[in-house]
Structures are given as structure tokens and as C-alpha cells.
Design a protein. Sequence first.
Length: 393
Amino acid sequence: MLRFSKSHIEYIKDDIGENIYVVHTLDSVVRLEYRNSHEILDEIYKKFITLAEYKTIDDKEDFELYLEYLINQIKNEDIVNKKIVVACSMGKDSAAGFIILYELWNRGILRYSPLAVFTYMPILEDPIIQLADNFISKFGEFLYIIHVPKSEILEKLTTTGYPTLQEKWCRAIKMGTIKKFLKKFSKDSIVYAECERIFESIKRLRSLYGSRVVFPRKINPVLYLSESDVFKICKMYNIVHGLYNYGASRTSCMLCPYASNVCHIQHIHICEKLGIDISPLIKSLRKLVNYYRDIGLGEYVKNEYDVIKYGLFSYRHTREDALNKIKFIDNAKYVGIIETIEDFSNRSRRYFYEYLEKVEYIPIWKTGSWRRCEKIIRDRAKVIIKLITNTIR
């Protein structure tokens, strides 16, 4: 039996269609022709769970204190009687955010069960559901999967080409489907949950500076948490995304234009391990082959497979940038994929964490009121931005 509110059930019942699925159990995923990832996952690298030095949630007791901190805020806002919809990638941040909201509902703080909404992009995201089956098996009854028609993705690949930093049509489709979903509810009946951490990166820090955990129609349950915090929460509920077992720092599409070089290596490795067909992506990259030949890289980029092999698809790289990537990828073959991932992971966040250390990343919600907590964290964010800005100058 679904544990949604009655209005949830009525809406879902009316809206089930050819491309939309409500997952009740892991068995339902078979309808999307996926296999159980437990049988094929490699235990390559799990250091991300303990990578960050800055932890505010070390154990169950700390988690309870953080929930109390959120409860104190929620009681002051008119959201306890509204449905909360979570835009969920099933990665560490959105999964931890959903767990937090689930616990608040389970304890009677929220009237309605939270609903996770995942927009599935076939071809681009083929491994994602496979590698997220822990989340599906545990919280599948709270998960609403909007399955974008494969024909729509193929048409975009044919006419526009692979998503790039300049042409992020994949994001437009994802956000468009979620916005369309939200229109099914009246504006006053729902709260939108976004799960973005303010101290994830300098870019995220600048975009989220001044934000609050709770607004009248929005909640961000992980805003002030560290990377270790969200991993810890996911680990507590045993829903760590399978992509992290490969050493990935984040979940994303197979060839995401935002992926780093090391993430690119991981995704190619995963595609090979899972037997993913990337031929539709190959066809969309033909124009780039000519571009790299024109700038004198024909000896490296002979065909579309080389564009993917060297991760040159996110934008039209300059000759110098392309050669640096080619050197990095080729070196990984000799050093080894596992060793390359470990080395990169140890260095990747050091720059930003140096600044966090200067402003003392501490679990202030253990000792102070939520209003004082918000003020201290905003002041801390202001100091970090100033430190980094001065360094860049």
C-alpha cells in the first residue's frame, strides 16, 4: 500500500501513462529493462564518504540534533501541512535531503509524506537507475519517475548534438518536466525542496549566499551540511549511490559536460562494465571530429570515439586545453584507472577546503538557536567569498 496522502494517490492514478512510472519496489524497474547493479559493481573507491575533514554529523545522535534544528525552523513556517516535492537525482545531496524530510514526516512533524521526483533521460542516463537501486529498493514507494521518451532524446542528439556547456538542452528538459509536474498541484498546496549545499564549491557558495533553509514555499534540508555529512546520512540508510563506488564525486549523465576529467574516465569505464550502447551519442559528435582536425589534432582525434575517449565533447576546446586533456587521459592508461581516481580525489577539493578551515566549519546547531546558526553561517560564507576574491586578485 502506498504511503502517500490520498491526494497523492488520486493524482498519480490519473496520470499514469506510457512514459510515466511509479516505482513501488525494485521489481518495477524491470519494466525499464534494467539489471540489479549489485552483481556488477566494482568496489573501486569509497574514500568520498570520509574525504571531507569537516563533519557536523558523525553519528545518529548528531543526526537527531540536526533534525531538532530543522524542526524548530519548520514550526515557525506554514509548511507542515503542505506536500513537499523533492527534485531527486538520487545522488548524495538529494538522497540525504529526502531522508531528512522522510524522517520529519515519519515522526509526525510533516503532515504529508515527501515525494521524490526523478526525470529519467534515456540514452544519456542509462546507468543511473541501475546504480541507484539501493534508493529505489528502500524508498521506491515515495519515488515518481518521469521517463522522457527516447524518441525526444534521439531527435535532440540528431538536430542539436550532444549537450554542451553552451547548449544545455538536457537541463532544460529535466527542469521542464519537473515544472510541468508541479503544475498538477495548486501553488498553495506544495513546497518545493531543492537539495544544494552552500559549501559545495565557490560557485555554489556565491549563488546560495544569503539563502535560508526554510522559505514559505521552499525548503533546502541540506543547505548548511558538508559533503561528509550527506554521505554519512546516506550511509546510515544504506543508500549510497553505486556511482560513488567507482570513485565519482557526483552523479551525472554518462558524458556530462560538467564532469571533470576523472569523472569522464569513470563514466567511460562504467559504460564498458555495464555494456551500455553509446552509438547514438557517437553520431551526434561528428562535427567535432572535423573541428579538432582543423586545429591540428588529427593524429589524436581520428573519429567520434576519440572525442569521447578524450572527453572533448563538452565544448570546443582550444588546442592547448585539448592537448592537456589528451595527456591526462593517456597517462591514466599507464598509471591505472584506480590510481588516477584516488590521486585526483585526494587533490580535487583541497583548494576550497583550505578556506573552510580558516573560518572554522563547526556544528553550530548543536549549541545555538537556528536564527543564530543562520547568522553565523552567512557571516562565515561572507568571509570565504572575501578570502577567495582577494586571493584571485
